[in-house]
Design a protein around this ligand. Structure first.
Ligand code: PLP
Length: 452
């Protein structure tokens, strides 16, 4: 079947720059072909694959193409995509080193490279997880373990019932998944101290609470709306006064560390205790690929390790002792390939380029009289028309034209279109084509507002 598979992949990839970004209505209607009750009789593998190509490929969102600016979405670098195909054929279980020496090696090498790019201390233990949501979960589980172990409480054995209480400090602009992770850990979405943020969405140093005992302090590197990073140096110094654990949600923004032109924004983050980030966003590795590091490796294994007589452990710390999952796919192989193909310079150039292109969006749109709602400092741009109703119609119009795709958001009470430049594949020409589409759509919306 290999020939059939690669022919389909070639046909799909040929459409990457030309097909509309969001599938049209007829492609969506075709999805009905997949359903119904499971027939009694099976089909050949070839026929099943044909169905996927015929009805599946046209209904994808072309997020691997160069003009997808929704959410914070990377594409898949050629080397990473190719590695993903081969690793799929390998079908390795990566829980233990003995299950797959090759994947254990590739993942450990990739984790070391990522730590070095992000200036995470070399003593930290790392793990590949599904995404930043689980990276936050794992980092915070280690934090919970670390804080309570110091007080003689074994939270994995005893749970949180009766445990000594501690505070959790978050930014008012913390990501929804951070709250989800806190909820899953029994730390509570609402039982947090929320620190107000400045006009650009950064945690305010002057509003940081006075802490009288060790807490978990969560910083954010990369606000999903403005792209800003909390001022880590000052905030970590304050957190240290109470002996607190500092966790970083750096899903995309921590990658500023790897970019010569933007590294300064991430100054101080190396002083934290745990770091959550994504490979499938700015490193442009296929889904699912999140990464977590914990400075105190014993806190990480304390929170995550499990043992049984039949589990043969290898040299170093096996993957399942460092993360929430046991059996899982070889996600670190894609990351290794992405990094090896780019090198240090290539990673930096990719991050720099995305930020430059975000600036190009901001300049092009503001030059044409469209409001940019914040200082553009990284790869995120929020823009808006005169009122919320027009902005909503504008977003719909841009999405339906299909040249590019951007989502919406609300910033300080105002509706905005959100442009995130995160793909290796985006060029200046793609930005210019997208700006033209946005301006055409804005003119339509404004004209209909005037006549209505
Ligand atoms: C995307 C994002 C997350 C969640 O990441 P997933 O990979 O979707 O799990 C968490 N925090 C921030 C700041 C993000 O941008």
């Amino acid at each position: 079947m290999t020939e059939q598979v690669f022919a389909a992949i070639r046909r799909y990839e040929a459409q990457r720059t030309t097909r509309r970004v969001f599938p049209d209505a007829s492609a969506i209607a075709g999805l009905a072909s997949f359903g119904g009750a499971l027939p009694a009789a099976g089909l050949s593998a070839e026929r099943v694959f044909e169905m996927l190509e015929e009805f599946g490929s046209p209904a994808t969102v072309m997020s691997t193409g160069p003009r997808y600016f929704g959410f914070v979405t990377g594409g898949a670098l050629p080397a990473a995509q190719a590695a993903n195909w081969l690793a799929g054929s390998w079908d390795q279980n990566c829980a233990l080193q003995v299950m797959s020496p090759v994947v254990a090696e590739l993942e450990n090498v990739a984790l070391g490279w990522i730590a070095s790019l992000l200036e995470i201390p070399s003593e930290a233990l790392g793990s590949f997880v599904t995404g930043a949501t689980m990276a936050n979960f794992t980092g915070l589980a280690a934090a919970r373990h670390g804080l309570l172990a110091r007080q003689g409480w074994d939270v994995e054995a005893l749970g949180l019932f009766g445990a000594p209480p501690f505070q959790v400090v978050v930014s008012d602009e913390a990501h929804v998944t951070l709250f989800k992770a806190l909820a899953m850990l029994g730390l509570g979405r609402d039982r947090v101290l929320r620190v107000p943020t400045d006009a650009q969405g950064r945690m305010r140093v002057d509003a940081f609470p006075q802490l009288h005992s060790p807490a978990i302090v969560c910083l954010q590197a990369g606000n999903v709306n403005t792209g800003t990073l909390d001022p880590a140096e000052e905030l970590i110094a304050l957190a240290r006064q109470s002996g607190s654990w500092v966790h970083v949600d750096g899903a995309f923004g921590l990658w500023a560390k790897a970019a010569p032109g933007y590294r300064e924004l991430a100054r101080g983050y190396e002083g934290a205790d745990s770091w959550a980030t994504d490979g499938h966003k700015w490193l442009n590795v296929p889904y699912d690929c999140g990464i977590v590091f914990v400075r105190d490796g014993a806190a990480m294994t304390g929170a995550m390790a499990s043992s049984a007589g039949y589990l043969i452990t290898g040299n170093g710390v096996d993957a399942m002792m460092r993360g929430p999952e046991s059996s899982r796919r070889a996600r670190g192989v894609d990351a290794w390939a992405a990094l090896r193909s780019l090198g240090v310079d290539g990673v930096g150039e990719m991050i720099d380029r995305c930020c430059r292109l975000a600036r190009r969006f901001a300049d092009g749109l503001s030059g044409a009289g469209i409001a940019v709602l914040h200082e553009v400092s990284l790869n995120q741009v929020m823009v808006a028309l005169e009122d919320d109703a027009q902005t909503l119609r504008w977003i719909e119009q841009v999405q339906s034209e299909g040249v590019c795709w951007c989502g919406g958001t609300v910033w300080r009470g105002r509706r905005a279109m959100r442009i995130s430049v995160s793909s290796w594949a985006t060029s200046e020409a793609d930005v210019d084509l997208s700006i033209e589409s946005m301006l055409r759509c804005a003119a339509l919306v404004r004209a209909s507002a005037d006549s209505g």
